[in-house]
Design a protein around this ligand. Structure first.
Ligand code: KG4
Length: 333
């Protein structure tokens, strides 16, 4: 089965053509990072306008690179939500146009399901699965008893972890997106500074807003007292505290849900080098669980993951009609 996937939920216009969930025939990502860097973060109105400019070209390029025409495509999958509403609309309209002009089935995909299914590129998922989704907009622990059921066990009570990385990077004047910059800087430092440890009510929930403020207060205090500090050590201290928050909750779930066979991670923060090291350590503690991380090229937003999740949703019978609309707060399904 050949699926054309479209992703436009935030600041990447992406189109991919994937065969049988495993073989990427083409993958185009038009990133808007350079434009948003000027503003220190994504400006929704600007992002949707750039999606409009890019979408047709990305579709053409994806077909050309895959040596396909629309006749070869079996289904069109698109991110319906969650995400920035104006941005989502662009992808949804493009997908509807293609599907109805070429008489192809149209499959709406949840963005987080896409991040989870990026792991199919590495190996088949074995259920029940525990998925950790860590991105600029989400931090969630999802239990999947089978391919199409998604139970949220825990989620952030305030900022997403990627958002915290980006905000801390702004405090340290590192630029946008901050995740990769903090990742690199932290590798040169040691977690020597004590920052506020996150507190949450739910056993598997996360919180990153207090930690982010703690970094800001630390910097302000040092400046007020005219005392220097080591930026790399501060980045390492933030990262260690944030990732400990994540891994404490992951361990709590793995200890409580003994039936979990496979742990997968997805989303932009899954590219983080320290997070990947911690997963290697976790593997040793849970030898009966399979651990998978997505390929580096499929951590941040892309359309491969939407095509793969689209095929799975298609096989489960999901279809959309001409009335398909984007939904910025769509619940995972
Ligand atoms: O999945 P993604 O492309 O978009 C959303 O769906 O949100 O994730 C983007 C986020 C940004 O916050 C970015 O700073 C973060 O992922 N990120 C990282 C790394 N690479 C990207 N965070 C930490 N370490 C990284 N290496």
């Amino acid at each position: 089965m050949i699926v054309l996937g479209i992703e436009s939920s935030c600041d990447e216009t992406a189109v991919a053509i994937v065969k049988d969930k495993k073989e990427i025939l083409s993958s185009i990502v038009a990133s808007q990072i350079d434009v948003h860097t000027e503003f220190g973060g994504v400006v929704p109105e600007v992002a949707s306008r750039i999606h409009v400019e890019n979408i047709s070209y990305c579709i053409e390029q994806a077909l050309q690179q895959a040596h396909c025409t629309m006749e070869d495509i079996d289904a069109v999958a698109v991110t319906k939500g969650p995400g920035l509403i104006g941005c989502l609309h662009v992808g949804v309209q493009a997908a509807k146009t293609l599907a109805f002009a070429y008489h192809k089935p149209l499959v709406p995909v949840h963005h987080l399901a896409g991040h989870i299914y990026a792991n199919e590129l590495v190996t088949d998922l074995k259920f029940p699965v525990l998925a950790l989704v860590v991105s600029g907009g989400n931090s969630e622990l999802v239990y999947m008893k089978d391919e199409i059921s998604f139970e949220i066990l825990g989620q952030t009570q305030d900022d997403a972890i990627g958002e915290a990385y980006d905000k801390v990077a702004r405090v340290l004047h590192l630029g946008y997106p901050g995740g990769p910059k903090i990742d690199k800087l932290a590798s040169e430092g040691k977690p020597v500074y004590a920052l506020a440890k996150p507190k949450t009510q739910g056993k598997y929930d996360f919180s990153f807003s207090g930690l982010k403020s703690s970094v800001l207060q630390f910097v302000k205090r040092q400046e007020r007292l005219n005392q220097s500090y080591d930026m790399a050590d501060l980045a390492a201290s933030f990262q260690e505290t944030a990732l400990n928050e994540i891994f404490d909750k992951v361990k709590a779930v793995l200890n409580d849900y003994k039936d979990i066979k496979h742990f997968v991670v997805g989303g932009g923060v899954s590219a983080n080098s320290c997070l990947r090291k911690k997963i290697e350590e976790l593997k040793l503690q849970y030898p009966d669980v399979i651990f998978t991380v997505p390929p580096m090229s499929c951590c941040t937003d892309n359309a491969n993951m939407i095509a793969i999740a689209g095929q799975i949703a298609y096989e489960s019978g999901r279809r959309a009609g001409e009335d398909l609309t984007a939904d910025s707060g769509w619940e995972i399904q």
